[in-house]
Design a protein around this ligand. Structure first.
Ligand code: SF4
Length: 547
């Protein structure tokens, strides 16, 4: 069906304010307003007719007004669990202005019952159902559910995201996606429930067309591959990387890349070499725990039978720095886990670590097991009214095996030690020596952009964070003398500390309050969810608890 032009307002909902991932101070230091743009929504925008008038508004860095909503024929929104409260607010707001709302994304896919108020729900990966939705709405429908069977979407049909809708200046970096899904089977992971264990990849031409588009639009600098695990399909990525290397050479290396990958990346020197040659400079690796028994029990066997520290250093040898994820609260966790966790982080010289409390996400193997075992909390969730945080402060939504207080104490100990300025900058200095970056030729525009950012960063540091200026200059001069090729990623890690240092203090403060509550006998475990096999929705659990 052909459709007359329509005015669509796409609204990216706010994340919770207190989140590890918002990097607020780091953004401010370089003049950005939020780390990354909404790739899912601009990909969905690419599926809408080109003749339509489409506007994107990101609530994390822009203000939504009544007038914005009034000017649209339809509002489209959606996102992840931490955005749930804002998505629900946006739906109510649009209805109060008499507008229809369509909701999509991972959270409505996992817990559609929470979004009953939305007029349209687009569940699952949108590519295969978007035309049905367009036909229904332009044909006069005012409600409907459009759902695609899980894991069946052919990502080679995915359009080039509408990068033209973005204001690049708002963001620290932009993002693209090559594959969806991961072959591993970690018990706590919701990625494999949403996207499956057989990674589906785009074609080389499709991926390069996305980079062409970014290049044409004048973007230069950091591009993040948001893949759940870029190396999930190693054969495919090894066929793609040579094309990416050629593209970079042809365009004078306008982009540097980051991504997420499993630690078995370190076992494959050929793959590491290709990523280095394509100018990957950072990778997020989920380490989770330094303890083998804990890793085996969480089904993260890819992290076992290896020295974590040696594996990380192999990645450094390819010039790629590692940002790592760790989690506390697993059943098999040993008393005093803080000590080996800190030792692992120090030995591997990983400056930025995302340390969180285990949280049983709806619709994961972990949640199903905890519910079967009668250990899942009802009414305690990441979107609860009183919670403004993420899994850093609002985890452990189940009856833990170790005493809760001990887990929280270990968590406090890890944060206090690894985010003390001396410890962070010590690891950063060791990293600056370990990182074997090759001198990558840089385009003039990219070099100018970097120089401007550096100037702004130093100015901001001098004005706002004078106590960090001394370690900053020490590492800067040392790195410039001994390993100048590593200067840029090292500077970036310094910028991260502007967020990570204060955020760790915030989390420690919250955790100490929780510990004090336990000590005063004021903390009572929430009621347990009914024992059963089906995964409950967070809001249903909350309702059960409040009943
Ligand atoms: S490696 Fe990462 S994406 Fe893959 S299953 Fe484990 S947690 Fe999920």
């Amino acid at each position: 069906m052909t459709s007359s032009p329509r005015r669509i307002l796409i609204v990216y909902p706010r994340f919770r304010r207190a989140s590890f991932w918002n990097f607020k101070a780091s953004c401010e230091a370089v003049g950005a307003r939020y780390p990354a743009p909404p790739l899912g929504l601009i990909t969905m925008a690419g599926m809408l007719p080109r003749s339509w008038d489409i506007r994107l508004l990101d609530r994390n860095c822009e203000t939504l007004t009544d007038a914005d909503i009034d000017a649209a024929d339809l509002v489209m929104t959606g996102g992840m669990l931490p955005q749930q409260p804002d998505i629900l607010d946006i739906i109510d707001w649009c209805h109060a202005r008499g507008k229809l709302v369509a909701v999509g994304g991972p959270d409505v896919t996992t817990t559609p019952e929470i979004y009953k108020a939305a007029d349209f729900q687009i569940r699952g990966e949108a590519e295969a159902v978007m035309q049905q939705f367009i036909d229904a709405w332009t044909g006069g429908a005012t409600q409907g559910v459009f759902e695609i069977e899980k894991f069946t979407t052919d990502v080679t049909t995915s359009p080039i995201p509408r990068f033209d809708l973005l204001n690049f200046h708002n963001y620290l970096f932009v993002n693209v996606q090559y594959s969806r899904g991961c072959p591993f089977n970690c018990e706590f992971c919701d990625i494999i429930e949403l996207y499956g264990r057989k990674p589906r990849t785009k074609t080389n031409a499709q991926m390069l067309a996305e980079l062409d588009r970014l290049y044409e639009l004048g973007y230069r600098g950091h591009v993040d591959f948001v893949d759940d695990n870029l190396i999930g399909n190693k054969k495919a990525v090894k066929q793609f990387l040579p094309s990416l290397i050629e593209w970079q050479k042809k365009h004078g290396f306008p982009f540097e890349f980051s991504t997420e990958a499993s630690i078995n990346l370190s076992d494959d020197p050929q793959l590491l070499g290709m990523m280095r040659d394509a100018n990957f400079f950072a990778v997020f690796v989920g380490i989770e725990s330094p303890d083998t028994e804990t890793l085996v029990a969480m089904q993260k066997k890819q992290n076992t039978r290896r020295s974590i520290e040696a594996s990380i250093h192999k990645i450094y040898d390819a010039g790629i720095l590692v940002v790592a994820g760790f989690i506390l609260g697993f059943d098999e966790e040993k008393d005093g886990v803080a000590e080996p966790m800190v030792a692992c982080i120090e030995e591997a010289a990983i400056p930025a670590c995302m340390i969180g409390l285990l949280y049983a996400l709806t619709n994961t193997q972990l949640t199903r097991r905890l519910q079967r075992e009668g250990r899942l909390h009802a009414g305690y969730d990441l979107v609860g009214e009183k919670i403004d945080g993420d899994q850093c402060t609002a985890g452990l939504n189940f009856t833990t095996k170790r005493p809760r207080r001990e887990i929280l104490e270990d968590y406090v100990a890890v944060l206090q030690r690894i985010y003390h300025p001396d410890a962070y900058f010590g690891r950063l200095q060791r990293l600056s020596h370990a990182l074997r970056r090759h001198g990558v030729p840089q385009s003039r525009e990219a070099a100018m952009k970097d120089l401007k950012l550096l100037g702004r960063f130093v100015w901001r540091m001098t004005l706002r964070h004078p106590r960090l200026l001394r370690p900053f200059l020490r590492i800067f001069i040392d790195c410039a003398r001994h390993n100048p090729a590593a200067l840029k990623p090292i500077l970036m890690m310094m910028g991260f500390y502007l967020h990570l240092g204060p955020f760790a203090q915030h989390v420690v403060g919250q955790l100490k309050q929780q510990i004090a509550q336990i000590d005063r006998g004021e903390w009572a475990a929430p009621p347990l969810a009914p024992v059963g096999s089906a995964a409950p929705a967070a809001r249903e659990l909350a309702a059960a608890a409040n009943a």
